[in-house]
Design a protein around this ligand. Sequence first.
Ligand code: BES
Ligand code: ZN
Length: 642
Amino acid sequence: MNILVVRRLRGICSSGLAGLLVLCLLFAPSGLAFAADAESPIEPGRDYHTLANIEEFRVRHLDLELQVLFEQQILSGVAELSVERLVAGKRELRLDTRDLTIRNVWWLADSGEVLPLGFLKGEYDRALGTPLLIELPAELDAAEFKLRISYQTRPEASGLQWVPAAQTAGKTDPYLYTQSQAINARSWVPLQDSPQVRFTYNAVIRVPAGLRAVMSASNALDLAPDGVYQFAMPQAIPSYLLALGVGKLEFQAIGPRTGVFAEPPVLAAAAAEFADVEKMLETSEQLFGPYRWGRYDLLILPPSFPFGGMENPRLSFITPTVLAGDRSLVSLIAHELAHSWSGNLVTNATWRDLWLNEGFTVFLERRIVQALYGERRHDMEDTLGLQDLRDDMADLPPADTRLAIDLRGRDPDDVFSNVPYDKGRLFLGWLESRFGRAQFDEFLRGYFDHFAFQSISTEQFRVWLTDNLTAKQPGLVTDAEIDEWIYQPGLPKFAVLPQSPAFVAIDGARSDWLAGKRTVESLRGKDWTTHEWLHFLNKFPARTPAVKLTELDQAFGLTAIGNNEIAHSWLRIAIRNNYEPAYERLANYLETIGRRKLIKPLYEDLMKTPAGAARAAAIYAKARGNYHPIAATTLDPIVYGR
Ligand code: BES
Ligand code: ZN
């Protein structure tokens, strides 16, 4: 029910007409009105996570000029927006902001005049921020116009992390990085923060001399002695791909189109770990069509980065926790690179459609891994993905295990799970299994070409799928099956699930060793890959005797292991079994790493016992200050209670 109807009903109710009493009782309580709202059907393609009036105006280009003030933890400067008016006569432009201080708004008239405009802040929404309402005078009636907004950010900006020198690799200089996805761009630039608004951008970023700024745009490969960096992004991108990093960064080339930016102490290790990135790019082009973004570089972030990676165009942001020394975790790079097609080229229109970005990307990621590293590794990674999906689904309310989920009234960051990822990947894998690889590849390429540089909804995909794949060869899949994949909770019974023969061997080894049927030496764990180790540890029973854990730890040095993913799986076992020798590593791990996927399960496990909860509280008190706001928002309710 819309608000107007409710208001009208309340008006009638208060007028006291007895005959309407029943009606009033039925409709007046606001709780009821809200419930009716929540049940109203979702409008496909409508972005419920912007406060901007994107149907009336569209931002087409952004000129950004910002100064990076490390001491105050503030970005200060101007954003110039080139705006197109979609509906004539509209006099109010609404932009998304969150915690921004707006100083002035001007109209940059074609005559060259700079005219101040009236503006005010709308009502604050906990999930969405505060709309900036800009009044457009009657004489501003052009179909295209330019505004200049002078503003600064606040230290608590949700999309920025100001990392003190002590938390960086080099320890000498601070580091700043942005994380705009899903709806945090609005905390550092006033704009239309919706994935269906695409714009080109130029930027001038001023940083302290000696530091370097990099963006999701063309990056100069040399250091600017004056600390002034210029950027251009000629391809139109959605706001969630707007990105900036500033720190003591150096560049090392990997291939002709690829390279890595990192702090000096990790640069060589990163370049070695990701030496395959040029090959990955070539393989991806063979599989999915031309790479349309020019260069592909990586930026290595401090360990507090809350994600594994972020697909900022031309420059993926990468956690240092995948620097394992043996290239065993580089599927993360395949994933972020694959977003250059699924996500950055063809973009989800709303956050409900996130699976179009992530499910396709996991599918492509696995194709890259298969082509480069072979079947065995592919099957192991695919199976680990399915396991993560199952673990997540077991904890989620059924409605949130749908591919296209209802996010209305919630912050998309709060509803993050593996469902759009691996359930999306299984849906596409199922289609591939029915139509065959050759035909499905052709379909994929056509999809990327057709929707290139557009943002689409689940329903647009659905129509395209019917017209270009399923209806062409009737009888291979039914509409009901497709709808089950997209709209129903859980996994369809007819899903085609990955299997790993290598893991069957590991299962046998685990159970035999746990049952005392074989020695720890006979496991030959030194020959196992990272993936075999992960599977070995992830399937441990709820309880394991301390002697067994000690034996394993002594044989393979698990508590001290450098591979952060294996350490994560080992620490979960340690927490469950109260294995004291690992507690120092646990504290150190949680105090240095801020990657949500790695730390959230550890806190959750700790919170299951009173002693663990006390330990979690003590560690969190020290660690919280090092975490990104996105991670802290996830962890606060876990550690402090809801
Ligand atoms: N785009 C995502 C990260 C993201 C998604 C941020 C939604 C905010 C909202 C990125 O591509 C990603 O999926 N990262 C994964 C890595 C991966 C290999 C699955 C991560 O960070 O764990
Ligand atoms: Zn992704």
